[in-house]
Design a protein around this ligand. Structure first.
Ligand SMILES: [Zn+2]
Ligand SMILES: [Zn+2]
Length: 175
């Protein structure tokens, strides 16, 4: 996810370059993106290059209920500004603006690398409590069986206390 932006940096403000992107894999903190694809537009702005676009990522998540891996396709917008670490015309070193992240620097060879920002965006777009399906039955907390495939014979958990007045009433009726 690297682009040589030397010609863009030499150009006037407003000039753009559009790139297609299709990466085989990207490692995330707790997961792995199998594929990342989309497009990015690089635009020369006053203090650097503004990158924007939209990406999709195929990510393998682990279901928070049944702990089985499953795949999702995430879609997310991308927007980031990158700053040259060298003045393209004079070759004089430039420092990053205070608010910029370290990975927002365009290196001395005029290479702009969006991979760290894309990685962060994928992590943000990944669900915090991923579920393989909305009604995933999860695993039994006693025997560990995956209840999506078969039920178990473990005694059920204690009933919800909010039901107890109703259960009392029903048991009174029976007697
Ligand atoms: Zn699940
Ligand atoms: Zn069980």
């Amino acid at each position: 996810m690297q682009f040589n932006v030397a010609s863009l940096l030499k150009g006037p403000v407003g000039v753009t370059q559009r790139h297609r992107l299709d990466e085989a894999s990207l490692s995330l903190d707790d997961a792995q993106a199998e594929r990342v694809w989309g497009h990015v537009t690089l635009m020369r702005v006053n203090d650097g290059i503004w990158a924007s676009g939209e990406f999709r990522a195929s990510v393998t998540c682990t279901c928070s209920r049944c702990l089985q891996p499953y795949g999702v396709t995430l879609r997310f917008p991308f927007e980031e500004t990158y700053y040259p670490s060298l003045d393209i015309n004079t070759g004089v070193a430039r420092s990053l603006p205070k608010e910029a992240e370290a990975d927002a620097a365009i290196d001395h060879h005029h290479i702009l690398d969006i991979s760290e920002a894309v990685r962060q965006d994928i992590i943000l777009a990944t669900p915090m409590k991923p579920l393989c399906r909305a009604n995933c039955a999860g695993i039994c907390s006693r025997c560990g069986r995956d209840l999506n495939h078969s039920s178990c014979t473990c005694p059920k958990e204690v009933e919800d206390p909010r039901w107890s007045p109703l259960l009392d009433m029903l048991s009174h009726r029976k007697t």
